[in-house]
Design a binder for this molecule. Structure first.
Ligand code: IPE
Ligand code: IPE
Ligand code: MG
Length: 241
């Protein structure tokens, strides 16, 4: 694989924890617990393969609609995960960036996230984006509100605003757009994830359930990505000339 064919940014919709648990006769939360192990494997796989930016969809704005005990269990799991993984992030020099409506998360989680973001803020080579309480539509609404305020305050001139300017108001402003979006579990939808940022991303659908995701599956996605031709509206002939 040539270096230029390695995606700069891989975004993953980690799906299938519940079905994995069901298939193994276990409660759904056990699927989420195993899913956390898959996250650790994936972070290693990304670094092993030279992928500098990875964003993981961990909790959507719509996921609040799940049964309360599942939501609470997910939040507990997240808090423990952050506690355990901070030394690992520091060791691997990975910067953590949270994308989503931070302020609506439970306070202990917010504190933990702040701590992890601060402790890793100096790292510049690798970034882990964690999409928590994330939805593309709320992200766009938040951006539009902030832009309106900035325009009102005279900080920006709306006549000059282009997509690059707009992009600076998205949660993902300091990460490149994803080149590759992976969704596990065989579902074929984006579920409100990075809709604008994925405008030209390659999409890889894996039938593997998230708790079974590993480096082999990650490498398969990278290999397929390397074989894709990204045309950005041009013709294949234009690209080869
Ligand atoms: C993904 O697995 C984890 C979250 C959305 C938090 P699911 O819990 O959606 O698993 P399925 O889709 O029910 O199998
Ligand atoms: C998307 O998965 C959200 C996350 C992976 C965190 P869901 O399982 O919630 O998506 P839908 O409801 O099947 O579209
Ligand atoms: Mg699901």
């Amino acid at each position: 694989m040539t270096v230029s064919k390695i995606p700069q940014h891989v975004a993953i919709i980690m799906d299938g924890n519940g079905r994995w648990a069901q298939q193994h006769g276990l409660p759904r939360i056990e699927g989420h617990r195993r899913g956390a192990e898959a996250v650790k494997r994936t972070l290693k796989a990304a670094q092993n393969n030279g992928v500098k930016n990875i964003t993981l969809y961990a909790f959507s704005v719509e996921n609040w609609n799940r049964p309360e005990n599942e939501v609470n269990a997910l939040m507990d799991l997240l808090e423990k995960f952050l506690q355990n993984q901070l030394p690992e992030l520091i060791k691997r020099q990975i910067r953590l960036r949270v994308i989503g409506r931070y302020s609506e998360l439970p306070e202990p989680i917010q504190d933990q996230l702040h701590k992890c973001e601060e402790a890793t803020s100096e790292f510049t080579e690798y970034t882990l984006g964690l999409a928590l309480n994330y939805g593309s539509r709320t992200e766009v609404v938040d951006a539009v509100k902030a832009i309106a305020q900035a325009a009102h305050a005279g900080v920006i001139d709306l006549n000059e605003l282009d997509y690059e300017g707009f992009r600076a108001y998205l949660y993902t402003r300091d990460m490149p757009d994803p080149d590759l979006v992976i969704r596990t579990s065989g579902e074929c939808r984006l579920s409100n994830f990075l809709l604008l940022q994925s405008a030209y991303a390659e999409i890889y659908l894996s039938t593997v359930l998230w708790p079974d995701f590993d480096e082999t599956e990650f490498t398969k996605a990278l290999t397929e990505y390397a074989a894709r031709e990204r045309r950005y509206g041009r013709t294949a002939e234009q690209l080869s000339s």
